[in-house]
Design a protein around this ligand. Structure first.
Ligand SMILES: *Cc1c(COP(=O)(O)O)cnc(C)c1O
Length: 388
């Protein structure tokens, strides 16, 4: 019982029990916070089991990692100090001369890391619209070692066909890494669809309470997990035990939160689509989304992220400053609703011509729909629209 990982449970139970056994010393139902940097050695050169130094191993962190691994259905889960640290570790698997294909519309910070940090170490990046497998096939070379996608994307909600891209990547011996931050493992499990690595900014839905920065990488194989653990041990981007404990606490309610995010996100998308003063609404759960059928085939729900085009920077500014419940802030995935203008906030580091190409205009508003009462959220949006 104490070592049972409960991996057979349904998702709503898995978030609570997956990989979690009572603590051995006291039977504590919740894991202790092992707030220590080092561990005593019983004799010279003989650490206590696997614990000698906390950059390498910490029991609170291991609890969180067991949860990541089971929720995504991988062989290993590794916790990082941030989502960017997890993505950095994946890139550190590569060598100079390697070629990477990256979805065109990935998170702005990911593009910045690739273009401004890794390119100078001799890794070549090609940014491609991965919605279309033919474009990915055309970009693959014998040097391609990694295909990196995010689906749905931020903020245009583009969908990449994970299974098709996994097959193409594997055809040239490349790995497929999926940033699953927007969907969460409740709405999408990329490893089941063929991905080799899943990364998360746990700062968002997994922790869910906007009070921790964290990241995760989950691997299809034990070997990939070991390689990422080695990188983390060497480079040191570890989360502290307190942050791990908070994230694990957040995950207990992940399923019930995502259920409500899905409901509220869908309701807000329909509300927006019904208005005549909006140009486009981007939400994969809407039948009008150009990839709705694909989204339905690889996702279990469509989440709380919605973006829409107000047509001008002035209207976007007025709107995003007029809401009272939707707070003007970066980030997403918390219980509270947020509003933002990606071109000026999260995507400010993306070059202007690139933004224009993607449709990330200064009139595009993004909502992270929280789990509040839907009536309050709709009333808040009504009020903001009345100010335009
Ligand atoms: C926020 C975010 C990241 C970066 O994560 P941090 O925890 O902020 O380092 C990466 N990918 C996506 C999709 C994100 O939303």
């Amino acid at each position: 019982m104490a070592t049972d990982s409960h991996s057979e449970l349904r998702p709503a139970s898995l978030v609570i029990h997956g990989g979690q056994a009572p603590e051995v010393t006291t039977g504590a139902v919740m894991p202790p916070i092992f707030q220590t940097s080092t561990y005593v050695q019983p004799a010279l050169g003989e650490p206590h089991g696997e614990y000698d130094y906390a950059r390498v191993a910490n029991p609170t962190r291991e609890r969180l990692e067991a949860s990541f691994q089971i929720l995504e259905g991988g062989e290993d889960g590794i916790a990082f100090a941030s989502g960017m640290a997890a993505i950095e570790a994946v890139l550190l698997l590569l060598s100079a001369g390697d070629h990477v294909i990256c979805e065109d519309n990935v998170y702005g910070g990911t593009q910045r890391l690739f273009r401004q940090v890794f390119e100078k170490f001799g890794i070549a990046f090609e940014f491609v619209d991965t919605r279309d497998p033919d474009r990915v096939a055309a970009a693959l070379t014998p040097k391609t070692k990694l295909v990196f996608v995010e689906t749905p994307t931020n903020p245009m909600m583009r969908i990449t066909p994970i299974a098709a891209i996994a097959e193409l990547a594997h055809g040239v011996g490349a790995l497929l890494c999926v940033d699953n931050t927007f969907a969460s493992p409740i709405n999408q499990r990329p490893i089941d669809l063929g991905a080799d690595i899943v990364v998360h900014s746990t700062t968002k839905y997994l922790n869910g309470h906007s009070d921790v920065i964290g990241g995760a990488a989950i691997t299809r194989t034990v070997d990939l997990g070991e390689r990422l653990r080695f990188i983390r041990k060497c480079s040191g981007a570890v989360p502290g035990p307190w942050d791990c404990w908070l994230c694990l606490r957040g995950i207990k309610t992940l399923h019930i939160r995502i259920e409500r995010h899905n409901q509220n996100g869908g309701a807000i998308a329909e509300y927006l689509q019904a208005r005549s003063d909006i140009e486009d609404v981007h939400y994969p759960g809407l039948p009008s989304h150009p990839q709705h059928e694909l989204a339905r085939s690889q996702m279990m729900g469509f989440g709380g992220m919605v973006s829409f085009e107000l047509g001008s920077p002035a209207r976007a500014r007025t709107f995003s400053e007029a809401t009272r419940i939707f707070q003007l802030a970066e980030s997403l995935g918390g219980v509270e609703s947020l509003v933002g203008v990606p071109a000026i906030m999260t995507h400010a580091s993306v070059p202007e011509d690139k933004r224009a190409e993607l449709g990330v205009t200064e009139g595009l508003v993004r909502l992270s729909v929280g789990i509040e009462a839907i009536e309050d959220l709709v009333e808040d949006l009504d009020r903001a629209f009345s100010m335009l």
